[in-house]
Ligand binder design. Structure first.
Ligand code: SF4
Length: 351
């Protein structure tokens, strides 16, 4: 039976498990822990993609600086405040502002935007702005930002180096940056990509154990989806020999969501857009029934959404925010869940 204290070897064994009955047990245990620790409520966060400019060259990401096939945009102050207002009006408790590592977004400017959102709304503010300098992170925290997402993608140093070239000599890796975010008082969120070319089962099992060891507040995981405008998407990163390479499937995604819930029962875990993209019909809903308790619908103005192209075919419904809210409430009801009220901060519980 899988449990919170599973060893790395046991986690790896579950990642390799394909027997339907055994997997049914895995889903059941994860769902029961989800119910016991974070309840039946689902936190809805409004996702506002404020810029698709990026100084980085991550090997898997369509926003990488070298990708000349992507038109670039940056939202205005007014557009961001409208996104926050929409999120607040729908009763969703958090705005997530996400961007590439865009140094056109200055420390002072974003601090003012955060402070203005806090003046106008009761929203929690989550940032996902990449590996910004300490002074930026501190200024944004002082301006009122509550949480910071920084997926480390893999804890394997060799694989990390292959997919994530450094911007500056001697910079800390993302795991080290997550510790800094914690010290600054943010709720800190990490996460990984599943099925990166060259990722082994043992490596992915260690990632899940690290979620537990670092006691992460938020954990986002999703399958690798190849983008032909990137080195990883056009075959420049060789996979491991057959049988060893972790497959980038929705089923592997559910396994990682379930194991993550089991090792970190009180964390906030989203059913990610990547899961919804690899299985459009039910990826998001199966994620919620196998450990997840958060969803992040897109509130970016529609004319920009197609340009935030981390990978092709992203599941982004063409509907108004009001229609999204109605649809989600109905769909959550169909699986016995409700829309949470309030900010949805992590409620720490003894595990
Ligand atoms: S993963 Fe993030 S930092 Fe890396 S290229 Fe994409 S947007 Fe930039």
């Amino acid at each position: 039976m899988p449990g919170p204290e599973m060893s790395v070897c046991e986690i790896e064994r579950w990642l390799r498990e394909d027997d339907p009955q055994a997997l049914a047990t895995l889903w059941e245990v994860a769902d029961e822990l989800r119910r016991r620790y974070v309840g039946d409520e689902v936190h809805i966060r409004g996702l506002l993609e404020i810029s698709n400019n990026c100084a980085r060259s991550c090997a898997y990401c369509g926003l990488r600086a070298e990708n000349v096939n992507l038109p670039r945009y940056r939202l205005t102050w007014k557009e961001i405040l409208e996104g926050a207002a929409t999120t607040a009006a729908l009763g969703w408790g958090t705005i997530v502002m996400q961007a590439g590592e865009d140094y056109g977004i200055t420390r002072e400017w974003l601090a003012e935007v955060i402070a203005e959102i806090k003046r106008r709304t009761d929203l929690a503010v989550t940032l996902s702005m990449g590996e910004r300098p300490l002074e930026d992170l501190r200024a944004w925290r002082e301006a009122g930002a509550d949480r910071y997402l920084l997926r480390f993608e893999t804890s394997d140093p060799g694989l990390y180096a292959r997919i994530h070239p450094p911007l500056r000599e001697g910079e800390p890796n993302r795991l080290e940056q997550l510790e800094v975010l914690r010290e600054l008082g943010y709720e800190a969120g990490g996460g990984v990509m599943i099925g990166i070319p060259g990722q082994s089962y043992a490596s992915l099992a260690r990632d899940i154990a690290i979620f537990r060891a670092m006691d992460m507040d938020m954990i986002g995981v999703g399958p690798f989806i190849p983008n032909p405008d990137t080195p990883a998407g056009c075959g420049e990163l060789p996979p491991l020999p057959e049988g060893e390479q972790v497959p980038a499937t929705d089923r592997m995604g559910y396994k990682v969501v379930a194991l993550t819930r089991i090792v970190r029962p009180d964390a906030n875990i989203p059913a990610t857009t990547a899961l919804a993209t690899v299985n459009r019909r039910e990826g998001r809903w199966l994620g919620l029934q196998r450990g997840a308790n958060v969803i992040m619908p897109n509130v970016t103005p529609r004319r920009y959404r197609e340009m935030y192209r981390l990978y092709p075919g992203k599941a982004i419904p063409e509907e108004t925010a009001d229609a999204t809210a109605d649809r989600l409430a109905k769909q959550l009801g169909e699986i016995g869940r409700t829309v949470a009220a309030g900010r949805g901060d992590r409620r720490r519980m003894l595990c």
